[in-house]
Structures are given as structure tokens and as C-alpha cells.
Design a protein around this ligand. Structure first.
Ligand SMILES: *Cc1c(COP(=O)(O)O)cnc(C)c1O
Length: 454
């Protein structure tokens, strides 16, 4: 019988996270103060995050031990399975071998609890009573709600108002785990009231929701703030995925030539790819790591590398990143988790140094890929995940043309069981092609006055 599922035992849950900064040939440039534009140190983050996470954010240690209490919670769904996608290979009639690592088995259905649990744990250790955050479509809010519930911390989620109305199921999931969910903008914060005064019917945005969550945390000493992507410590927590995947590929007697993952702020991409990049950096392997992004929000393939704000209002430190501009408003495509203007600092530096690759796909091509995956492999992928499947299919087709039996590893970072409305739109033929134009990108970048990088 041929192998299909490659599993690990509980004992094989990684004992340390991998910090790729230790191995990077060019270290990331420092963040700058949003007002003075001078480099800032870790102490500037102290009002918002617990010290343990701030230390991880600036650490150059290669391995950071995973606390036993965190590994204990990981056991609910880790190690996650890896599969050989034999039916997809057959449908594509490709000589390529395709594997996927599946994070949809977590309680909230994606990779996000890997960092949510770690963040809730360190906050608990430092006596934090409440964590605030923002969420768009709800993946991050539900992961953090689950984690806070586990450690007995209150969780306050500012959910973009339009998603709050259109996607009630994620909100109910958050409520079930005991979180308070607010439709942002609210009238309980200064930032929210300001927006409502200008537009009482504002549909909200991630930028406004971030401002509200940050304001709440900054104004109460028992409350901290948590972010689900972009920051170094978040990317590092996700490396449990790739560390397991390296072992699973070994078990399968294989090594990927290509690793593909969807890209929003970079956390799931970092999670699967950094442990494979370590093999490139340390052992001279030549594994291609490809980040897949939407053609309607193409910061990696068509953005610029410069300093920019993490939020839309310009409150966060300036970070050196690939960006379309913090003022960029992407079209309302269905992959909500990929509608972010910038990329994490570490991933941006790796792309700048040509150690990773990026590719953009239109949403129609992505749903076509996702539906083929569901028909052949059974799992309905999240709309974000469909981007990686689209890249993998392109590569598998190239392998067929070139007659090469390369090995492709897809990061199946989440299931799409809460995203059925998007699939309904696709299946009924109403999903629209969307690609941002060069004029739109240039007009937007022309408005930036943040520091450039040579
Ligand atoms: C949040 C999310 C993403 C995008 O965020 P990254 O930090 O880039 O991983 C992608 N896929 C799924 C399923 C998500 O929930």
C-alpha cells in the first residue's frame, strides 16, 4: 500500500521555536519612531506587549524554548498531519510529487492558535488580565479567544463592522470561547468616536479596529494588545509547523524542491518555510520557498521596499518592509486574511536578499484551484490557502512540461468551512476577476512620505 498520511507522535512536538534572524546574512533594519523617525528600542513596545514577547521580538538567539504549558496545549491538535496529494497529482497528470501539511485540524481551523496560545501564556505569566485585538474576517480573533479562554484571560475583539454583519459565524465562535466582540468603529474609544462623528454608518476597516484595540490596551495597565501576524515573535511561534514538516518529509524519504504558502503578513509562510530555509542557509540545500499573494494586493511582487507604518492611521513604529503604502485599500476580495498593505520585516529582508520568491494570483484562478483540491483531496481550503494551491498547480504543470519529478510541499494553513459564502459566489459564477492596475499602485505610492531605503 502506498503512503498517504505521514504522522508524528506527541513526543515529536518541537521543543524550541526557530529564530531565523540568527542565520540571516543581512539582519533586519531597526524600526523607527513614527514621530521623530529615529530608531527605537524594545522599551517603546512595553505599554502594549509583555516583556517576554518583546525580548523575543528583538532576539538573535537561534532557538527559543517552548514552555511546557504551551506544548501541553499544542497537544490538542499537534503534531499536525502531512499528506501526499496522490489524487491531485493524478488529476494534473504530473510527474511532480505533491505533499501538504494541514493546519486546519486546530480548534479554530487554521495555523493561528500556534501563536495565540504562546502569546496568551506569556501575558498570563506577567499578570495581564485582559488582551485586546482586532480581527477582519475572524480567523485571528477566534484563535485568540480560544487561547485566552484556556489561560483564564479576558479577550476583547474589535471586529471590522462590515465583517461583523456579513460573517456572523466567526463571531459566534468567539463568543462561545467567552470573548467580547465589538463591531468596530465603536463609541467606547476616542478613535472610534472620531470616525463615527465623521461617518455614523462607517463600515469600519482593519486600520480603525487596530487603533481601537491599541487605545484600549495603552490606557489600562492590566490590558495588553496582541497581533496575529507581521511581527518577528509571531512568525517565530509559527515555526513549529515547518519543524514538524522537516521531520515528516524525512520520514517520507523525500525533501521538497519547492515549498509554497499563502501570504498575508507572513506568519504561515514563515512557519512552514523558515525551517526549510535553515537547510539552505546551513547545509547549502536549494529549496525554493514561494509566497503566494492576491493580484489585488501584490505587495511582494509589485510593492516597494521602504519604511512604512503597520497600520493605516500612522500610529505604529515605521518598519522596513515591502509595501503598497499604508493608505492602500485593497478590493474586497474573499481572501480577507491577505488584504494587508505590507509584509513582515524578516520576510521582506529575505525577499530583498533573493532568498525567497513571490508570486501573485487572481482570485478566480485561486478558487478554481481550491475547488480542484476539494474534489481530489477532500478538504475544503480557506480562500487564503487557495493562493498556495494555485502556485503549486502552476509548478506541477511546469514539471509536466519539463518532464521533471520535483517535490512540492503546500502549506494547507486553514480549512474553508466558515467561508462557504465565498464558495457559493464562485460556484454560482458571480466571482469577479480582480487585479490592481499599475496606475493605482503608482498613485498610491506617490503619496508616501516615509523614509526610503537605498
Ligand atoms: C490569517 C490567515 C492568513 C494570512 O496571514 P499570514 O500571517 O500571512 O499567515 C492566511 N491563511 C489563513 C487560513 C489565515 O487564517
Amino acid at each position: 500500500m502506498s503512503t498517504r498520511k505521514i504522522t508524528l507522535s506527541e513526543k515529536e512536538i518541537p521543543e524550541a521555536w526557530y529564530n531565523i534572524v540568527a542565520d540571516m546574512p543581512n539582519k533586519p533594519l531597526p524600526p523607527l519612531h513614527p514621530g521623530t523617525r529615529a530608531p527605537i528600542g524594545p522599551e517603546a513596545l512595553a505599554p502594549l506587549f509583555p516583556m517576554a514577547l518583546i525580548q523575543q521580538e528583538v532576539s538573535q538567539e537561534k532557538w527559543i524554548e517552548i514552555p511546557e504549558e504551551v506544548r501541553e496545549v499544542y497537544k490538542i491538535w499537534r503534531p499536525t498531519p502531512m499528506f501526499r496529494a496522490r489524487n491531485l497529482e493524478k488529476a494534473l497528470d504530473t510527474p511532480a510529487k505533491i505533499y501538504y501539511k494541514y493546519e486546519g485540524v486546530s480548534p479554530s481551523g487554521s495555523h493561528k492558535p500556534n501563536t495565540a496560545v504562546a502569546q496568551a501564556y506569556y501575558n498570563k505569566q506577567e499578570g495581564v488580565k485582559r488582551i485586546t485585538t482586532e480581527t477582519g474576517a475572524g480567523q485571528w480573533g477566534s484563535a485568540l479567544s480560544f487561547a485566552c479562554q484556556h489561560f483564564g484571560i479576558e479577550c476583547e475583539v474589535y471586529m471590522v463592522k462590515i465583517s461583523f454583519k456579513q460573517k456572523p459565524y466567526r463571531k459566534i465562535l468567539m463568543n462561545t470561547w467567552g470573548a467580547q466582540v465589538y463591531a468596530s468603529p465603536t463609541d467606547t474609544t476616542e478613535a472610534g468616536r472620531k470616525v463615527l462623528a465623521m461617518d455614523p454608518d462607517s463600515p469600519g476597516s482593519l486600520g480603525i479596529a487596530i487603533s481601537e484595540a491599541v487605545e484600549r490596551a495603552a490606557s489600562d495597565e492590566h490590558t495588553k494588545y496582541a497581533l496575529g501576524s507581521v511581527l518577528n515573535h509571531v512568525l517565530m511561534h509559527q515555526t513549529v509547523i515547518g519543524l514538524e514538516a522537516v521531520k515528516q518529509m524525512e520520514k517520507a524519504g523525500d525533501l521538497p524542491d519547492i515549498v509554497v504558502a499563502p501570504f498575508g503578513g507572513g506568519s504561515n509562510f514563515a512557519g512552514i518555510s523558515f525551517p526549510f530555509l535553515r537547510l539552505n542557509l546551513e547545509e547549502g540545500k536549494n529549496i525554493r520557498c514561494i509566497a503566494s499573494e492576491p493580484a489585488s494586493c501584490p505587495k511582494l511582487t509589485r510593492g516597494v521596499f521602504r519604511y512604512d507604518f503597520g497600520d493605516m492611521v500612522g500610529m505604529t513604529p515605521l518598519l522596513p518592509m515591502y509595501t503598497l503604502g499604508h493608505n492602500f485599500v485593497p478590493a474586497p476580495i474573499h481572501a480577507g486574511g491577505l488584504r494587508y498593505h505590507g509584509a513582515g520585516v524578516v520576510v521582506s529582508q529575505l525577499l530583498r536578499d533573493k532568498l525567497i520568491e513571490a508570486r501573485a494570483h487572481d482570485q478566480l484562478e485561486c478558487f478554481e484551484a481550491g475547488v480542484l483540491f476539494a474534489k481530489t483531496e477532500g478538504i475544503l481550503p480557506a480562500p487564503e490557502t487557495n493562493h498556495a494551491i494555485a502556485t503549486a498547480i502552476q509548478e506541477a504543470k511546469r514539471c509536466k512540461e519539463e518532464g521533471r519529478a520535483e517535490t512540492i510541499l503546500i502549506h494547507l494553513c486553514g480549512h474553508g468551512n466558515f467561508d462557504l459564502a465565498a464558495y457559493e459566489t464562485y460556484l454560482s459564477g458571480n466571482l469577479e476577476h480582480h487585479e490592481v492596475t499599475q496606475e493605482e499602485i503608482e498613485a498610491n505610492l506617490a503619496q508616501l512620505d516615509t523614509p526610503t531605503i537605498d
